[in-house]
Design a protein around this ligand. Structure first.
Ligand code: G6P
Length: 439
């Protein structure tokens, strides 16, 4: 029996995580073959990651065949799982997503505001093509998408590609659960957070430890100790007592962009002056990571990888594949169609939700209606995401303009156009859908 995993964006510095995750779960999820795929410009990195992965596998003594290639179509043959972790335009494009909005007084961030919109514009067409290839070459394979903006990308694929075996994953719910367990002094396996919302816009409604409601304890810690479940890319500013006590929700780290916009802008401008954009910081981090990866003595995932915001994502991706493969029917937080879990959102809206994971995919657990406090904003964010998807596919200037205009972090008639024009120009090499319409 064979079990084949193809990693698209295999040259990513995150790949050792997923290799480690596969090795660790090999008894229950016995992958027999891994193929790392990348594009020509990523070939050097791909080779370094390929060599390190081989050393990790050799050390583990697991029987896994690993290879790497630039030939995606060939790699996809007989795949059972395809994971995606790509960055169209690389960190240079991310740096523009962060710098250009900031230079106009707006949040510059890779998945939020104008930066997130342009990341979606660059990414969706590329992943649509990949999904078509999967559908033709390995139609039974599950596509596990970690590529950002993960929720929007997953919705675009599920709504507009023929391939329906697509699930989006993110490390934020995982981080929230693990940090909550830490502050309560319990095991993460015993903690369940009732999530409600969308990727990077998800709230925790209730926290249960072995079935006991511990929400109040967590709320108290959030207010008092400013406990932090932010990934490495976000500096937590803490939440006020009033915010937590009145919303009675656990915000996720990305909510700072929406509820602390001015303070975050100040903080980000300061950080930009000191160290450049996060993309530039990551560029340096990557250089030192690849320096480590090159060492022929290295046979494990280095601890330094935890300095990346996406650390631990592979735990999410690997547990998910393990549960699908074994039809575990356990509960995991993933991005999938709402299908009635939140009755006031459309069935085909992609939400980040606790789901029962079966070999037919995720089944979202009923959540109930949106609390009045966040209802308006969630509606707006969902409608905005639809506009982003529409523009990503149509390549229409006016569609793109409305996406910026209706984003709660932009919403300014004139400046939406300024941002749009500048970002369209800056990213034109990666936006064929807009170029071909003469925008
Ligand atoms: C978080 C997010 C990811 C994002 C990452 C950025 O963990 O959940 O979606 O990609 O941070 O981290 P980086 O180290 O690239 O700034």
């Amino acid at each position: 029996m064979t079990l084949k995993l193809v990693i698209i964006g295999g040259g990513s510095s995150y790949t050792p995580e997923i290799i480690e995750g596969i090795i660790r779960r090999h008894d229950s999820f016995p992958v027999t073959e891994i193929v790392l795929v990348d594009i020509k410009t990523g070939q050097k990195k791909l080779e370094i990651i390929g060599d390190l992965s081989l050393r990790m596998i050799e050390k583990s003594a697991k029987s896994i065949k690993l290879s790497w290639t630039l030939d995606r179509k060939e790699a996809l043959k007989n795949a059972d799982f395809v994971s995606t972790q790509i960055r169209v335009g690389g960190l240079e494009a991310r740096s523009k997503d962060e710098r250009i909005p900031l230079s106009h007084g707006f949040i510059g961030q890779e998945t939020n505001g104008a930066g997130g919109i342009f990341k979606a514009f660059r990414t969706i067409p590329v992943l649509m093509e990949l999904a078509e290839d999967i559908h033709t070459i390995c139609p039974d394979a599950w596509m596990i998408n970690f590529t950002n903006p993960a929720g929007i990308v997953t919705e675009a694929l599920l709504k507009h590609s023929a391939h329906q075996k697509v699930i989006g994953v993110c490390n934020i719910p995982f981080n929230m659960r693990h940090s909550t367990a830490e502050i309560l002094g319990v095991s993460p396996d015993d903690v369940k957070i009732q999530f409600i919302g969308m990727n990077h816009f998800v709230f925790g409604q209730k926290v249960f430890v072995n079935g006991m409601d511990r929400t109040e304890d967590v709320v108290e810690k959030l207010v008092g100790d400013h406990f932090d479940y932010s990934p490495a890319n976000i500096v937590n500013l803490g939440w006020s007592k009033t915010f937590i006590e009145s919303t009675r929700l656990l915000p996720n780290p990305y909510h700072q962009y929406y509820f602390q916009t001015k303070d975050v802008l100040e903080k980000d401008l300061q950080a930009y002056k000191e160290n450049g954009t996060r993309a530039e910081v990551v560029q340096q981090l990557e250089e030192s990571l690849f320096e480590l990866y090159r060492n022929p003595e290295l046979r494990d995932k280095p601890k330094e990888l935890e300095k990346r915001g996406g650390a631990f994502y592979s735990d999410v991706a690997c547990s998910l594949m393990d549960s699908i493969y074994n039809n575990k029917e356990d509960v995991q937080t993933v991005n999938t169609f709402n299908n009635g879990a939140i009755p006031d959102l459309p069935n085909d809206a992609v939400i980040e939700a606790n789901c029962i994971i079966t070999n037919h995919g995720p089944r979202p657990i009923s959540i109930g209606p949106l609390p009045a406090t966040i209802k308006g904003l969630v509606y707006q964010m969902k409608a905005f995401e639809e506009l982003v998807i529409r523009a990503s596919i149509s390549g229409d200037y006016n569609d793109a303009y409305t996406a910026l205009l209706m984003n709660p972090l932009i919403g300014d008639e004139k400046r939406s156009k300024v941002l749009l024009d500048e970002l369209l120009e800056a990213h034109k090499a990666y936006l064929p859908q807009f170029n071909s319409r003469g925008n």
